[in-house]
Design a protein around this ligand. Sequence first.
Ligand SMILES: NC(=O)c1ccc[n+]([C@@H]2O[C@H](COP(=O)([O-])OP(=O)(O)OC[C@H]3O[C@@H](n4cnc5c(N)ncnc54)[C@H](O)[C@@H]3O)[C@@H](O)[C@H]2O)c1
Ligand SMILES: O=c1ccn([C@@H]2O[C@H](COP(=O)(O)OP(=O)(O)O[C@H]3O[C@H](CO)[C@H](O)[C@H](O)[C@H]3O)[C@@H](O)[C@H]2O)c(=O)[nH]1
Length: 326
Amino acid sequence: MSWLITGGAGYIGAHVVRAMTEAGERAVVYDDLSTGIAGRVPPGVPLEAGSTLDRGRLDEVLAGHGITGVVHLAAKKQVDESVDRPLHYYRENVEGLRVLLEAVTAAGVPSFVFSSSAAVYGMPDVDLVREDTPCAPMSPYGETKLAGEWLVRATGRAAGLSTASLRYFNVAGAASPELADTGVCNLVPMVFERLTGGAAPRVFGDDYPTPDGTCVRDYIHVVDVAEAHVAAARALGTRPGRDLTLNIGRGEGVSVREMIDRITAITGHDRPATVTARRPGDPARVVASADRAAAELGWKARHDVQDMITSAWEGWVRQHPEAARH
Ligand SMILES: NC(=O)c1ccc[n+]([C@@H]2O[C@H](COP(=O)([O-])OP(=O)(O)OC[C@H]3O[C@@H](n4cnc5c(N)ncnc54)[C@H](O)[C@@H]3O)[C@@H](O)[C@H]2O)c1
Ligand SMILES: O=c1ccn([C@@H]2O[C@H](COP(=O)(O)OP(=O)(O)O[C@H]3O[C@H](CO)[C@H](O)[C@H](O)[C@H]3O)[C@@H](O)[C@H]2O)c(=O)[nH]1
């Protein structure tokens, strides 16, 4: 099959491209390079510049490359920014998806994989979040992902498109230093930034109802996330008419304190963390039940938190060579 990977120049998308091509699939990247980096796209994989809002360009690329499946990662992903700019997020993430689905159905492409997020769950009051746990997103970003799932499912049913929405939990790590995330909006890079800048890492609240009082999350290596896409793409490609919604996590909770302890041990920057006020909107615990993805795809995460932090640190040092000297 020939897969169009939207957002393939982004952090996760570049890993998906790598995993798909290593698995022998043909990949074409479609990206507007708003946050993506052209150099992440490997030689031999065509990079088509364009926005998901541009129907004419999408028609051209889908037909020009004989696309038979789409993996849609292109989106804006910053929770805080989505609170300030909801119209921008709805336009890019929901309208961009709607236009893409129009082009996909008009071209008769049969398979569609969508990047969703654990952000759709909001504040789940359960030990392990299952796909049927009620969704109550806490930010416009999470809303756009939930609305995106609805759009994908409804279009799949109406147009006979086989679909999968993958709800990633907390993604970290890199396959190689040059593919590392360049953003500093999640715990691991935020702690790297503080430590290498000579500041104490911050714990946003230690009075949560969790074993050590800090928030618990389900961290997953980006290489495992990418492999879940290969498994989903294969599942759709071989069995038409599917409608999958799957958690992509490890099913193991790790607290902010545990993460910071591991980060200081791995980086050698040993500075005690400072506890600050809670960050508004943070749920105490979000940990996936990963059973459905295992049953439907035969996929399971293989990498642990040590791998995530070590590989993310190698990427950080590459981007900030001065960090290694401390
Ligand atoms: N990083 C995470 O922790 C996380 C967690 C859950 C879900 N996700 C989802 O995974 C996907 C990829 O996230 P990422 O971390 O790689 O982010 P990223 O910003 O690195 O990648 C997004 C890519 O999409 C491109 N893009 C954005 N808007 C576009 C548009 N309208 N048309 C064409 N290209 C466009 C960007 O240039 C970039 O290359 C997103 O859909 C995000 O919501 C990410
Ligand atoms: O310097 C920091 C940075 C973060 N945190 C804490 O670390 C945990 C993880 O925070 P992140 O910002 O890395 O991740 P979130 O769990 O808030 O959200 C992330 O994962 C979600 C899925 O669960 C969505 O995908 C969302 O887009 C993505 O940012 C939170 O408890 C946060 O309060 C700190 O204590 N100190």
